[in-house]
Design a protein. Structure first.
Ligand code: 7TS
Length: 406
């Protein structure tokens, strides 16, 4: 049964608070979503009743904590349709997942003159890690162009893809434009030239059904905190045969099989990539977030967000001087815009005074800002708990802000 908007909202305690004397309107979900009570309770329950270090204790608490942590891994595997839970590595978030791939796969396969293909709409997290390993290995970064309406230019992609392309790293959904990229088709083309495909799923997992096998992603990284889960936890999916052949990332406890002073052999998947005591509470909270998404229904989440996105986009089109950035036909939950002659930051400050949280700035996508010749945008990004009434509040507030600023 579809949950009502008020059922959904009542699960999020923070939505009851006021900001600057006004009810909170939280439209900064692409940066981080709020947490339902189910997630907060799962973490509370874990610490109150089950906490101990995992994978090494014979005692009851350690076994309980281990089971809860490994159940969370299974939930992630099912959530993105991985073939096996051993293909899921818990990380701190998407950033760490991408760094892991760059520092392991990148280090193993890249040689001088090899190319890493990225795109002009990547978040810095899917750019800087590649620059770091490229510099070390003498590899070259190329970037797929973005069309005026905010799609990946498929001509540019075809032209840049070649036998020299060893890695293609692309975001599934753009955090600044909202564009849903055709990652399945692009992964297929990249595989044809023998490249590995690394997908940044930080903005897709909260909004759409992700199927890593259907996409045929070699690696897929995401962050828990953007999908109603806690901070400090995320996951990296990797195909089993690839995870087995690349070297480990962090050395330490938990990730070894046998250690002598000179050398070590490494643990089986996925433990080979999880050196040190992991974030058990985070993984358990993420499991609760996945359950929340499943119960709420991801299609319902997409539908609600699409309605809000269309409503705000249409309202903005009626305000003079607004320039929308990112108007691709396939979008997920993000509306970015600018106002002629008005600083995005000033608009953000006035909206905050009226209780409305939006983000202003370059959203960690500076090459994309350069592409549009702008310094930043005002970005509203939605979650399933947002309402049409909140969009109306924002549009009224924006009209007030623009009167004050012009
Ligand atoms: N990739 C994309 C597409 C993102 O949007 C973000 C964070 C990241 C990677 C990094 O995620 P992290 O959890 O590892 O930090 N995006 C944003 C944003 O749009 N505003 O604040 C953070």
């Amino acid at each position: 049964m579809i949950k009502t908007a008020s059922d959904i909202r009542s699960s999020f305690p923070i939505l009851r608070r006021e900001v600057n004397g006004k009810p909170l309107v939280y439209f900064d979900n692409a940066a981080s979503s709020q947490k339902p009570i189910q997630v907060i309770n799962a973490i509370d329950n874990y610490y109150r009743n089950h906490h101990a270090n995992i994978h090494r204790g014979v005692h009851a608490l350690s076994q309980e904590a281990t089971m809860m942590y490994e159940d969370a891994r299974l939930a992630v595997a099912e959530f993105i349709n991985a073939e096996s839970a051993s293909e899921i590595i818990f990380t701190r978030g998407a950033t760490e997942g991408i760094n892991l791939v760059a520092q392991t796969l990148g280090r193993q396969i890249l040689n001088e003159g090899d190319e890493i293909l990225v795109t002009f709409m990547e978040h810095h997290s899917n750019l800087v890690p590649w620059q770091m390993i490229a510099q070390e290995k003498g590899a070259v970064i190329k970037a797929v162009e973005v069309t005026e309406d905010g799609q990946l230019d498929q001509e540019s992609f075809k032209n840049l893809l070649s036998k020299r392309t060893k890695i293609f790293a692309v975001g599934h959904v753009s955090n600044t434009l909202g564009t849903i990229n055709p990652v399945k088709e692009m992964a297929h083309a990249a595989h044809q030239v023998g490249a590995y495909v690394v997908i940044d799923g930080a903005q897709s997992t909260p909004h759409l059904k992700v199927d890593v096998q259907n996409i045929d992603a070699d690696f897929y990284a995401a962050s828990g905190h953007k999908m109603y889960g806690p901070t400090g936890i995320g996951f990296l999916y990797g195909k089993k045969n690839l995870l087995n052949t690349i070297p480990p990332y962090h050395g330490g406890g938990e990730m070894i099989s046998r250690v002598s002073i000179e050398k070590s052999t490494y643990a089986e998947l996925p433990f080979k990539f999880e050196g040190g005591t992991p974030n058990m509470a985070g993984a358990i909270g993420l499991h609760a977030a996945i359950d929340f998404i499943r119960e709420t229904d991801i299609q319902h989440i997409s539908d609600v967000e699409e309605r809000l996105e269309n409503k705000l986009t249409n309202a903005l089109k009626n305000i003079e001087g607004i320039r929308l950035i990112g108007t691709a036909p396939e979008k997920a939950g993000v509306v970015s815009f600018l106002v002629d002659g008005v600083s995005a930051y000033d608009v953000g400050v006035i909206l905050d005074q009226l209780g409305i949280a939006v983000r202003t700035g370059h959203h960690c996508t500076e090459p994309l800002m350069d592409r549009y010749g702008i310094r930043g945008t005002i970005r509203a990004s939605f979650a399933v708990y947002n309402t049409e009434e909140e969009v109306e509040i924002m549009v009224n507030a924006l009209n007030r802000a623009l009167k004050m600023l012009s």
